[in-house]
Design a protein. Structure first.
Length: 349
């Protein structure tokens, strides 16, 4: 039995897909490997611009159902956590995963779907199929697969890796297997040819060579605009995106705040050195509206020396210990007028 096929009476559960426009659809899991994505030949089609052509896989077997992100551009999220690429994780009954802006709920098959043999029946101890991880690395090829060998793949476009990020091995992220989004039996390029060629099995397998080479490039181009959006780009891309705006991101900032800073950078530059610019900058980092007290013209005349050009920044926070004073001071130093001094006060509200 191949890694794709399963007995006709075997049911592993169902997935309910809730699309961005509110529509829902239910798909029954009856295969060993179920593909989810935007391609026309996947088992669970998801029409979402943030979903890759072959986004994720559901790996079904007697031990249960496992979920694997197939190297998608925007990731697969389970319980609010982004899954590592090409690493299967168990999928519990009732789990809700997010793919792009689409939600998918998994419901496991009832217990009676298990084999009905009694305790005295001797069951084989060895599995009847290859290990799933091994099958995935070999692209789950069928036993009678006579496709021409796929040449080594050029590495797909990936964001710059930060310090400490493990590098991919010399064989590339897919280890020579069919790239995600590319079918295993016949090329989707046949739909661009006259209908006369659609039934040609050899041509369908021959075109897989070219589709496996060009698919990573097409996938990168399809999702390139997401890399330029501060809300969607991978965290490793944030410093590169900030450099386009002349920003140097402080790694002490939470990721959400750094994304907001990049989105607001152009407007902040227009108000740099003013009360409004400093107020907005501090609000982006702390989530609080600061109080900025200036002495005014009369105060400057009555004051002497450096006190004439000082102001007070007061932050009222429910938990003052959670605010990093060093980061706040760095923001004020960068955004205040060069000749002005200040006093920072962080008080409990």
């Amino acid at each position: 039995m191949s890694a794709e096929a399963a007995p006709s009476d075997m049911r592993f559960g169902t997935v309910e897909v809730k699309y961005p426009d509110g529509r829902t659809a239910v798909f029954e899991l009856t295969k060993r490997q179920v593909a989810l994505g935007r391609a026309s030949d996947v088992d669970v089609p998801i029409n979402d611009s943030q979903v890759s052509r072959r986004h994720a896989l559901l790996l079904c077997g007697p031990e249960g159902v496992r979920l694997m992100d197939a190297g998608s551009a925007n990731g697969t999220f389970l319980g609010g956590r982004r899954l590592p690429a090409r690493q299967p994780v168990p999928l519990p009954d009732g789990a809700v995963l997010r793919i792009g802006t689409t939600q998918v709920r998994f419901t496991a098959a009832p217990e009676e779907a298990a084999p009905a043999e009694g305790p005295a029946t001797s069951a084989p101890t060895a599995p009847e199929r290859p290990d799933l991880d091994t099958a995935i690395k070999s692209a789950a090829a069928a036993p009678d697969d006579t496709r021409p060998p796929v040449p080594p793949q050029p590495p797909a476009f990936e964001p710059p890796r930060g310090p400490g990020t493990p590098e991919a091995g010399p064989a590339g992220p897919h280890d020579g297997a069919t790239p995600p989004g590319v079918p295993d039996d016949r090329s989707t390029y046949l739909k661009y040819l006259p209908a006369l060629y659609s039934a040609d099995d050899f041509l369908g397998r021959f075109l897989l060579i070219f589709e496996s080479i060009l698919s990573p490039v097409e996938r990168t181009i399809d999702n390139l605009h997401h890399y330029l959006d501060a809300r969607l780009t991978p965290p490793e891309m944030l410093p590169w995106l900030a450099s386009w705006l002349g920003l140097v991101l402080d790694e002490r900032w939470p990721e959400e705040r750094r994304r907001e800073l990049i989105r607001a950078a152009v407007e902040l530059y227009q108000w740099r050195g003013t009360r409004r610019g400093l107020t907005e900058f501090l609000r982006l980092y702390t989530g609080l509206a600061p109080e900025i007290v200036e002495p005014g013209l009369a105060g400057r005349r009555a004051a002497s020396g450096d006190d004439a050009f000082r102001f007070v920044v007061r932050l009222r926070a429910p938990n003052a210990s959670r605010i990093d004073r060093a980061v706040v001071e760095a923001i004020i130093d960068a955004e205040k007028p060069a000749h002005a001094g200040y006093t920072l006060e962080i008080v409990e509200s």
